[in-house]
Design a protein around this ligand. Structure first.
Ligand SMILES: [Zn+2]
Ligand SMILES: [Zn+2]
Length: 562
């Protein structure tokens, strides 16, 4: 059985993900994991909370909690939200788990032994009062580019540019607000340039699938010349750097979270009592792996992760698919927590069921440029595509089945030519959806699934079985039967997109076998008889604009939205 390791970018545990984070990585990975499981592949879907790094420490300080307490609270909250969004992780773990910490430390010692880690000095801000170094976000100051007053040590929120520590104007310590100065400190570096040739060969190999933007951006960076990457930080919160003489230093968060893909696989197999099982997912050459990320995360997955894995000289599989999305905008603007622009995944579930958001986000998935999410289009997509197209088709078909067949069929009925042709066309479209998923064109796969419903309604309106029933009963039954075949097919096709609805439909169609083991391909086959389906409640409810806006305003404490 073909093995697939599916991963999505590790969310920062200090913030709740918003809809843009959701569609870019987490939901994209989930759709593909669910589709591949339906196709009978052996799938392992992993990710986890990225808990180290200065943002977490700074936020914990503001929340007046110990960093560990703060991290535990956030990890548990995010994990629970993903469950409510029906994200089907096999292992959603965290960078604070002991398996990860041990793996990262061993890994870097191997890289050092192989000559890919070296020591050097750099200048970092230092607070005399707190007697500590202040990496990254522990300092604030004025942006040298745009003059923004509250620029952080590593990046300016005003103009978005990265900042070198030396160039920050009037830097102050975020803990005690006193002025700080630069002090020399020893750090460890990953010698990425040594692996440049191998990385270039990997990026240009025909056997990997990269989104266009991921390939062109990565090759551009290689052609400009890869730079060594800083590996350590003078900070307590994180994984202790294992190198000799590195006491008091931790591994830079970006350089360890990316190894979580491996350690999460190891941890999964440890938990399931098969401690060597993970090796099949990382070393067997025909195992495939797909990484779903936002476009801001490309170099870590196309250059640094492959570089790290190559540096071990152990023959790790490199990513076979790196699929990056563009950004989702909210009502024409960037998501911003401080300015309250956007919807966060906890708020979304207070407004509508997860399936409604899942469908809308996936049908808008930003695959060829940034995409604008509007509340109005959310409402329209739910009401039109889910309720009118899918919901009504299912309902009308089941009512027809009751009227024209008495809710049961003992055997496959005799079919007229038009019904045969109709069945042939939606079975063909089922294969098209399959090829779209296999080439990671998720947005088109989702839209083609809705097209199945549209074509079903068109056929129903054209054939008017309620009229046929009076003149040609056999034809009315033939039309109804072919529509029943379509809605069962749709139940399977909706499983990656709207899993809860798919399961409800499946159950109501009295299918005995679980949908997952029944699978994608067998959905094309005929029913097993006798077939009995009773009327069931509507799958979806329409949303009203007023209701959505008032719920959102309620969540925001009465502030006007939209
Ligand atoms: Zn700036
Ligand atoms: Zn200070």
């Amino acid at each position: 059985m073909e093995k697939w390791l599916i991963t999505s970018a590790w969310p920062y545990s200090s913030v709740t993900p918003h809809l843009g984070n959701m569609v870019g990585s987490i939901l994209s990975g989930d759709v593909i994991a669910r589709y591949l499981r339906l196709k009978g592949r052996e799938v392992l879907y992993v990710s986890g909370s990225d808990e180290h790094g200065t943002p977490v420490e700074v936020e914990a300080l503001k929340a007046k909690l110990s960093v560990k307490e703060f991290a535990d609270k956030n990890h548990n909250k995010i994990k629970e939200l993903f469950e409510r969004w029906e994200i089907s992780y096999d292992n959603y773990t965290r960078t604070e788990n002991p398996t990860h910490i041990e793996f990262v430390q061993d890994f870097y010692l191997k890289l050092q032994k192989n000559g890919y880690v070296y020591e050097s000095t750099e200048k970092v801000h230092y607070c005399d009062k707190d007697r500590r170094f202040l990496p990254d976000r522990f300092v604030e100051g004025e942006c040298p580019f745009c003059g923004f007053k509250n620029a952080r040590g590593d990046q300016c929120d005003g103009c978005g540019r990265p900042i070198e520590p030396e160039s920050l104007i009037n830097p102050i310590c975020v803990i005690c607000r006193s002025p700080v100065h630069l002090k020399e400190t020893k750090q460890w570096f990953f010698d990425l340039p040594k692996l440049e040739g191998e990385i270039k060969a990997y990026l240009t190999s025909k056997s990997i699938h990269l989104s266009d933007i991921a390939r062109s951006f990565s090759l551009k960076l290689v052609d400009e010349g890869l730079k060594p990457r800083s590996l350590t930080r003078d900070s307590k919160w994180g994984i202790p750097a294992p190198f000799e003489g590195a006491q008091g230093k931790t591994i830079y968060v970006w350089m360890e979270a990316v190894l979580g893909y491996v350690s999460a696989t190891i941890e999964y197999f440890k938990k399931t009592g098969n401690p060597t099982g993970w090796r099949a997912f990382w070393f067997e050459k025909d195992t495939k792996s797909a990484y779903f990320i936002g476009k801001d995360n490309i170099p870590f997955h196309t250059l640094i992760l492959p570089g790290l894995l190559l540096g071990t000289r152990e023959g790790y599989n490199l990513p076979s698919v790196v699929d990056s999305t563009d950004f989702l905008m909210f009502e024409g603007q960037k998501f911003s927590k401080s300015r309250r622009i956007g919807i966060w995944i906890d708020e979304a579930l207070e407004i509508a069921p997860a399936d409604y958001w899942r469908y809308t986000l996936l049908s808008l998935r930003p695959e060829g440029g940034d995409v604008n999410f509007k509340l109005d289009s959310f409402i329209e997509k739910v009401n039109n595509d889910l309720n009118n197209v899918v919901g009504n088709l299912v309902n009308r078909t089941v009512v027809s089945f009751e009227k024209f067949c008495g809710s049961e069929l003992e055997a496959k009925p005799k079919l007229d030519e038009d019904s045969e042709k109709f069945i042939e066309s939606f079975l063909k479209r089922h294969d098209e959806i399959s090829s779209l998923y296999e080439s990671f064109k998720i947005q088109r796969a989702v839209r083609t699934t809705i097209l199945q419903g549209e074509e079903g309604n068109r056929f129903l309106n054209e054939k008017e079985p309620w009229k046929l029933f009076k003149t040609n009963r056999e034809k009315a039954v033939s039309v109804t039967y072919s529509l029943l075949r379509l809605i069962r097919l749709l139940a399977v096709e909706l499983y990656p997109i709207t899993p809860a609805t798919s399961e409800t439909l499946w159950k109501n169609m009295n299918e005995q076998e679980p949908i997952l083991s029944f699978g994608w391909d067998r959905a094309k086959e005929d029913f097993s008889y006798p077939l009995r389906i009773q009327r069931f409640p509507p799958l979806f409810k329409k949303l009203s604009r007023e209701e959505v806006i008032s719920k959102l305003e309620g969540l925001r404490g009465g502030g006007r939205v939209g």
